[in-house]
Design a protein around this ligand. Sequence first.
Ligand SMILES: NC(=O)c1ccc[n+]([C@@H]2O[C@H](COP(=O)([O-])OP(=O)(O)OC[C@H]3O[C@@H](n4cnc5c(N)ncnc54)[C@H](O)[C@@H]3O)[C@@H](O)[C@H]2O)c1
Length: 362
Amino acid sequence: MSHEFEPAEGRQNGLAPQAPDPDQTILVAGGAGYIGCVLIPRLLARGYRVRLLDRLYFGESGLASFRDQIELVVADVRDVPDTALDGVDGVINLSGLSNDPTAEFDPDANWQMNAIATETLGQKCVERGIERYVFASSCSLYDGLPPGMHDETADIQPRAAYATSKRYGEEALLKLADDGLVPVLMRNGTVYGWSPRMRFDLVVNTFVKDALLNGRLNLHGGGWMWRPLVDVRDVSDAMIAAYEAPAEKVQGEIFNVLHSNYQIRELALLVAGTVQLTGRTVTLSETPAPKLTRDYECSNAKLSTTLGFIPRHSVLEAASDLVNRLEGSDKTTLTDPRHYNIRWLELMSELKPSLERFETVL
Ligand SMILES: NC(=O)c1ccc[n+]([C@@H]2O[C@H](COP(=O)([O-])OP(=O)(O)OC[C@H]3O[C@@H](n4cnc5c(N)ncnc54)[C@H](O)[C@@H]3O)[C@@H](O)[C@H]2O)c1
């Protein structure tokens, strides 16, 4: 059934069909990850040259389809080799620890990567006269605020390690705007959808995997918490739109990047229905809430009014696409720890003594 009817094409997200000035080299830090492996082919399709700087924590299999079209610098963002910035026109920074559990696992490494390295890379850009710096921040900065719809002007009070480090990174880059940097801060919602470097630790992707593998979805605390969500293709295009926008429109601007706000319960129902269309049974159960739950909503109005960008791929579309792609996958593939950032990090730490010579540990 899900193979027969596809969502109609033609609904555009507002990204210009062509790059205004594609004769540029873009340094994509952390580009071997979940978002980067979707973003980079889109940059290449627009005619940009891409230099990818990454520690390759999750390997390089996600790069296979474009590996021969990019320059790969295997390096740590905490120690960027000077040559990595030679000839670079702009930076998109996706590197660092990318969720709460990994940031809590090693708060010091998280701070050095997400906060300090973000700032240092900005300083290096200023020294080199590289202006555009698009930074992957997070809507989780709104967690902890009173219930309501928050925009980019909200008086955020981040407390957790991940959000605090992202906020420091944002503020450091904003200060560098006085020195000529053109930082654009993208507060991404929780991302969903297919990537060649897949993550199954993001709520929609997790639900699709659980529905296919176990036929059961657990609603912690009933799943009433709100979250902003966005498709990985739209996040990538929003970053490109931010990269290409005139400096006077975006210098020092913050943008929330989300398709919609959803309750977790709603996401489970959408995924369960999508999987049921393939003839499978999916049950939903309510389970006790964990100690820490995240619950917040935010607005994407500024993204559309300032950049003319409106994320277009819904959860339903992405869930249906994921089911089509994953239906035949075996358990080993779906449960591979590489697809779960915290499990992979724990594994790397456990194996630290024997991995040290491969320089892949934190
Ligand atoms: N995926 C989401 O739902 C989401 C939501 C909001 C914000 N973000 C932000 O977007 C960015 C990308 O997220 P993702 O989902 O692609 O994450 P990911 O974990 O899949 O990718 C991160 C990449 O950065 C690399 N990296 C990590 N530390 C590094 C270091 N010290 N030096 C060099 N490379 C390093 C990793 O090897 C990996 O390839 C992150 O900054 C994350 O905080 C993601």
